[in-house]
Ligand binder design. Structure first.
Ligand code: A2P
Ligand code: 11C
Length: 344
């Protein structure tokens, strides 16, 4: 089946990755349109060696669209995703806006593709990038050994915060080298009061703070993990940190299983898990790193160690390209899963 597709936020960091991956995966496209803000309307964009004109996203943009891939920010999704769904499009939304809505499935195909059977609002949510790579790696372990607790600290790349943050890291690196004043306008959060340099720094704030002292990013990891894994009872804690890496989120994850296991048991499970590459050979200094994960599809897992005090406890290091499995690729895989299951 060939689909008419709209990419909303086509000029952004995720939108660009979305376009590259639609081509790379030979996605069955009948027609495609590229939507962004009025600022970009009329500009040319290249897709699959052809030129297209970017259009401003409006409710009418979605007439006759089968699948709308949204990554233009929460407020754009809030306003336009229901309009797209009303016009018959299946929406895959990359923002956090609808994720915790009980009538919106939140999907990582390797974990819970079965929920795609029921899409009451015509909207499917793509989880937060740092959540996706973690649950993709934990699901096969959980299936075999159970899971009771997750404590994660993230090391997140600037591209998670969009093109402006990538530009800022690059500009600040040049400013440092030249001995100039380092200017910070974007990170940690464009809309928050203070901004700090990310070049030569790490920032323990991603998204704004909620009332309980955790940031929204941390609460997203906690709540989305429970929803996707269908484990409201799972104990989850997260600390989310921005590091001066362009793309590729890294995570140090401590887990407690439902039963005792060995490192070799976890190797065996992860070696055969879909979408996972086990990269754990310390004798040869093999472990996942963002510089090698950038541009790659899989979730890389390594540094697996048994906790020294708890035989059910394990430490893992999980790395994946946040713009790919964390965003564009997972969105495309959701549509591919629907096609395979005859849901479109
Ligand atoms: P534009 O380039 O026209 O501003 P990023 O996350 O990399 O910053 O990208 C954000 C994406 O969201 C861009 O494609 C941007 O388009 C798009 N966008 C921002 N505001 C709107 C809007 N009001 N309507 C549609 N797209 C928008
Ligand atoms: C980041 N994880 O790295 C964020 C970006 O909820 O979709 C994705 C935000 C979201 O900044």
């Amino acid at each position: 089946k060939q689909l008419t597709v709209a990419v909303v936020g086509a000029t952004g960091a995720v939108g660009t990755a979305m376009m590259e991956h639609l081509t790379k995966r030979n996605f069955p496209i009948k027609q495609i349109k590229f939507l962004a803000s009025a600022r970009s309307a009329g500009k040319e964009i290249k897709f699959n060696n052809q030129s297209y004109i970017i259009e401003e996203a409006t409710p009418e943009s979605f007439k006759d669209v089968d699948v709308a891939l949204f990554s233009a920010g929460g407020s754009v999704s809030a306003a336009l995703a229901p309009e797209a769904a009303k016009r018959g499009a299946v929406v895959v939304d990359n923002t956090s806006h609808f994720r915790m809505d009980l009538e919106v499935p939140l999907v990582v195909p390797e974990v819970n593709r079965h929920v795609l059977k029921n899409i009451p609002k015509g909207i499917i949510a793509n989880p937060n990038c740092s959540t996706i790579q973690m649950v993709a790696a934990l699901q096969p372990i959980r299936e075999k050994f159970g899971l009771t607790k997750v404590i994660v600290s993230t090391y997140q790349a600037v591209s998670g915060s969009g093109i402006a943050a990538i530009d800022e890291l690059k500009a600040q690196s040049v400013q440092w080298e030249a001995g100039k004043n380092v200017e910070a306008h974007v990170l940690p959060v464009k809309a928050d009061q203070k901004h700090y340099p990310i070049a030569r720094n790490i920032i323990p704030q991603i998204d704004k703070f909620t009332d309980n002292g955790y940031t929204y990013e941390e609460m997203k990891m906690i709540n989305e993990t429970k929803k996707i894994m269908e484990m409201p009872e799972l104990q989850v804690a997260a600390t989310c940190v921005r590091v001066p890496v362009v793309s590729g989120h890294s995570e140090s994850v401590y887990i407690e299983l439902g039963q005792e296991a060995t490192v070799q048991d976890l190797f065996d499970v992860l070696k055969n898990a879909p979408g996972i590459v086990l990269q754990d050979d310390i004798a040869n200094q093999q472990y996942p790193m963002p510089i090698f994960a950038e541009g790659e599809d899989p979730v890389f897992v390594g540094r697996i160690r048994q906790d020294l005090d708890n035989k059910k406890g394990f430490h893992l290091w999980i790395v994946s390209d946040n713009l790919l499995k964390g965003a564009a690729l997972n969105s495309i895989q959701i549509v591919e899963a629907m096609l395979e299951d005859n849901l479109l």
